[in-house]
Design a protein around this ligand. Structure first.
Ligand code: ADP
Ligand code: MG
Length: 458
């Protein structure tokens, strides 16, 4: 069987399973061989192998039959080269980014990037690559856009703006772009900077009168990656400086990539002219990974640590942590470390004992429960808290409920507004921000929230 037949088989399968299933289980498979009534399919890891064996073998058989192949046996082989192999259309020879330095003769020898000490490599961590990023529902679009940008910086989607909740892979993708660009061209000026650092450097530059160094460094970038843009809120002078940097780079067709925990329109006190600049390119909303994607992430991280996890343990972890992949990794690492020290094989029982007691798991809690718990704490009724009244003794509980929906369940602002009977999501933004501010300097607010949380997860 030739590869195009397998591509046809995949095409059919894609139509009969969900998008997320397809991306997670099928997208990175390929045909290894077909002989004597047996078909061997290459898969990226053991978890995908198990899933295909147990859940999808019938589907694969039928689809093969539809394409004129009736193997007696289907075998799955782990093929390490397949881990998140890039889609075909993007593996063409990459275009080199423009280099300001005249000679590019060295760029054809693409050796490892680890020995680079170029100062325009600052801020990049080689740990984050496309290869170790699991593509699934929620991040697929962001991943595709980042790959496109990495292979063609400054040409497409400029600026690229990624936004989404905590721990869902924004920094990982941004860094992967930077690393990939450096891999394509080791002379590229890639600058990765957190917004906080950018703000700090700007303040220092002004203080020590080194504005020109600062501006020069950033305006000389081929690719400027700026992470967590929400922290520029309220920093007027820095916004102005960034605005000029942005214009200089954009005009020169240099790539700008930005991340934030919310879309530009929801970043308070973001200057209108920056907001409109961000709208020039592409904004992508990153969503929480679904169950299957979380499973795939755990399995990959486990095998990176040379640990074997049963499907049950993987599923248990994936259910335990639903949104934040950093927490998911944390739970996995805790489990692996615990078992390694004691020479145990991880199982669900151990995982439960070790991690099950961890409170603040959004898992068992619905939005309604959060609102109910909050209302109950303040002794107001559900009708009141979601109703129209604006008395202070109802407004505060309502704001706290909104804050809790954000901090515990990571709901979007429009959803939060809806849960509390509000049409306008800016009310939710203002409420969450107000409580965040109060939390910073009023310990009694913190106590209230802690108490509600305790009761919520009790
Ligand atoms: P964010 O910047 O959105 O808060 P990070 O990019 O820091 O989140 O991701 C948190 C952790 O989860 C990192 O260690 C990252 O490598 C990992 N991670 C997130 N998404 C994925 C993914 N799809 N595949 C593999 N690892 C991921
Ligand atoms: Mg981040």
């Amino acid at each position: 069987m030739q590869d195009h037949v397998w591509q046809a088989v995949l095409g059919e399968i894609e139509l009969s399973v969900t998008r997320a299933s397809y991306v997670t289980w099928f997208k990175n498979t390929r045909l290894i061989s077909q002989e004597n009534n047996s078909v061997v399919i290459g898969v990226p890891n053991v978890f995908i192998k198990q899933q295909l064996e147990t859940k999808f073998t019938d589907l694969i058989k039928t689809t093969l039959q539809n394409n004129g192949i009736s193997p007696k046996q289907i075998e799955y082989k782990i093929h390490s080269g397949l881990v998140n192999k890039r889609p075909k259309e993007e593996s063409q020879p990459a275009l080199h980014v423009e280099t300001p330095s005249s000679s590019t003769s060295g760029s054809t020898t693409q050796k490892t990037t680890s020995s680079l000490t170029h100062k325009y490599r600052q801020g990049l961590n080689e740990r984050y690559t496309f290869d170790n990023f699991i593509v699934g529902s929620g991040n697929e679009l962001a991943h595709a856009a980042c790959q496109a940008v990495a292979l063609n910086p400054g040409k497409k989607y400029n600026p690229l703006f990624l936004y989404g909740g905590v721990g869902i892979g924004k920094t990982h993708l941004l860094q992967a772009v930077g690393n990939e660009v450096m891999k394509q061209n080791k002379n590229a000026h890639v600058v990765y900077v957190s917004t906080e650092q950018f703000v700090q450097e700007f303040i220092d530059a002004v203080r020590y009168k080194k504005n020109t160094d600062f501006a020069g460094y950033y305006r000389n970038a081929d690719v400027l990656i700026i992470d967590d843009m929400q922290f520029i809120a309220g920093k007027d002078k820095t916004q102005e400086e960034f605005f000029h940097t942005f214009n200089a780079l954009h005009q020169a067709n240099k790539q700008i990539i930005i991340s934030s925990d919310k879309p530009p329109k929801d970043i308070p006190t973001l200057e209108e002219r920056l907001r409109s600049r961000f709208a020039w390119g592409m904004s992508i909303d990153m969503q929480n990974p679904d169950f299957e994607t979380r499973c795939a992430i755990i399995q990959t991280k486990a095998s990176d640590s040379d640990a074997e996890l049963s499907q049950e343990v993987v599923a248990y972890l994936a259910e335990l942590v639903e949104s934040n992949i950093r927490e998911l990794e944390g739970a996995l690492n805790q489990l692996l470390a615990f078992c390694e020290m004691r020479g145990l094989t991880p199982d669900v029982q151990i995982a439960k004992t070790l991690l099950g007691s961890v409170k603040s798991r959004p898992k068992h809690v619905s939005a309604k429960q959060v609102v109910e718990r909050t209302a109950k704490y303040f002794d107001v009724s559900m009708d009141e808290i979601i109703g129209p009244k604006r008395d202070k003794d109802i407004v505060v509980p309502r704001q706290i409920a909104m804050y809790m929906l954000r901090s515990e369940l990571h709901l979007s602002f429009p959803k939060i507004a809806r849960e509390l009977g509000r049409k306008d999501h800016t009310t939710a933004i203002h409420s969450v921000e107000k409580i965040e501010r109060e939390l910073a300097f009023d310990p009694s607010v913190k106590d209230v929230i802690e108490t509600i949380k305790e009761r919520l997860y009790a």
